[in-house]
Design a protein around this ligand. Structure first.
Ligand SMILES: [Zn+2]
Length: 138
């Protein structure tokens, strides 16, 4: 029994470290945020959203993903290529997961940064250059 003890202590310490580090890693929030853009691909279980300025990003659709269209609810089948969406994301186990997909009207309002007018996107969010909240254009 005594020979097992050091290993047990090590395991306990390692487990405590994992517990201590895990929340910090989770709150760093890689993959958590808001993506506003146009759907470029809509497959079963995943969609690809291309912001006006930026690379297309793949988002996983889960059973918990909520779809809305205006004030009404919507379904995954309402998300088609060419549709404007605002996606609330969270870091999931296998990638960036969509928490909420808001389907925009055809003419999405552009948002721009007060400091960077070249930054434009079809929905609210944060400026990729300075992090300020974007404002409705015009
Ligand atoms: Zn800015």
């Amino acid at each position: 029994m005594k020979r097992l003890l050091p290993a047990t202590i090590l395991q306990t310490v390692a487990f405590a470290l994992v517990l201590a580090l895990a929340p910090a890693a989770a709150s760093a929030g890689e993959g958590a945020g808001l993506i506003a853009g146009t759907v470029t691909r809509a497959d079963k279980g995943r969609i690809e959203v291309k912001p006006a300025n930026g690379k297309a990003q793949e988002v996983l659709v889960t059973a918990a993903t909520v779809f809305t269209k205006g004030k009404a609810s919507a379904t995954a089948s309402d998300v088609k290529p060419g549709v404007g969406v605002i996606v609330e994301t969270a870091k999931g186990k296998t990638g960036t997961e969509a928490v909420k997909v808001q389907i925009e009207a055809a003419a999405a309002v552009l948002y721009t940064c007060p400091m960077h007018p070249e930054v434009q996107q079809p929905g609210p969010g944060k400026c990729p250059k300075c992090g300020m909240f974007l404002e409705k254009k015009g």
